[in-house]
Design a protein around this ligand. Structure first.
Ligand SMILES: [Zn+2]
Length: 210
């Protein structure tokens, strides 16, 4: 793994703030306070709602955003999306994978969705006493020129797992199984997705079907 970046990957100016919670998006103190904090607040709010109703949500296979964000589910969904755009961007910057992060930075600063990042909400299926908080490694798929075509990262906050997936437009890949949740395709109902599974190459999938 490459060393952590010494400057904040969002503003590209100030030093990294090492006091921030390692589980959340890391950046400089100012970007943390001004850019990320409102997104982090929305995720905590959604997580509280999901945790309180998780057994029923798993039975139904979906949840209603307007219950978690009664005042404005559209803004709530956008902020949760941006929180995880920041989380995935942090991992991509930290591991210096060679992906252009400008679209991540501009969506955070302009508070608009990243077109190529979707979330999948899954049941963590952790036994009592098992892991309660877990951040996965970054799963990358590259083409023969080493260009990143897909990046997937999981955040488990028991009992909920959020899978954050970047998919390069036009890449010959099938997205992870399940129901991508993206603020542009605005729906109040968010469907749960399987815990396992990541993007697969179309040719791999075809050969598996033979
Ligand atoms: Zn910064």
């Amino acid at each position: 793994m490459s060393p952590e970046p010494r400057v904040c990957w969002i503003c590209q100016k100030r030093a990294f703030d090492r006091t921030r919670d390692a589980g959340g998006p890391q950046c400089c103190r100012e970007c943390g306070n001004k850019v990320i904090e409102p997104f982090e607040f929305a995720w905590k709010k959604l997580h509280s709602y999901l945790t309180a109703h998780w057994a029923d949500i798993v039975k139904l296979g979906r949840f209603d955003l307007s219950k978690a964000f009664p005042q404005d589910s559209r803004i709530g969904a956008l902020r949760v999306h941006l929180y995880f755009v920041a989380a995935l961007g942090t991992r991509l910057a930290t591991e210096a994978v060679g992906l252009d992060l400008e679209p991540f930075v501009s969506s955070l600063l302009e508070r608009r969705p990243h077109a190529d990042v979707s979330l999948f909400v899954a049941d963590a299926r952790v036994d009592p006493g098992g892991l309660r908080l877990y951040d996965s490694d970054l799963h990358l798929l590259r083409n023969q020129d080493e260009e990143v075509h897909s990046a997937l990262w999981y955040h488990l906050a028991h009992p909920v797992t959020i899978k954050v997936n970047y998919l390069k437009p036009g890449a010959p890949l099938c997205p992870p199984p399940g129901h991508p949740w993206h603020p542009v395709r605005q729906r109040k109902l968010v469907m749960l997705s399987p815990y396992r599974g990541e993007a697969t190459r179309r040719d791999t999938l075809q050969s598996l079907r033979i």
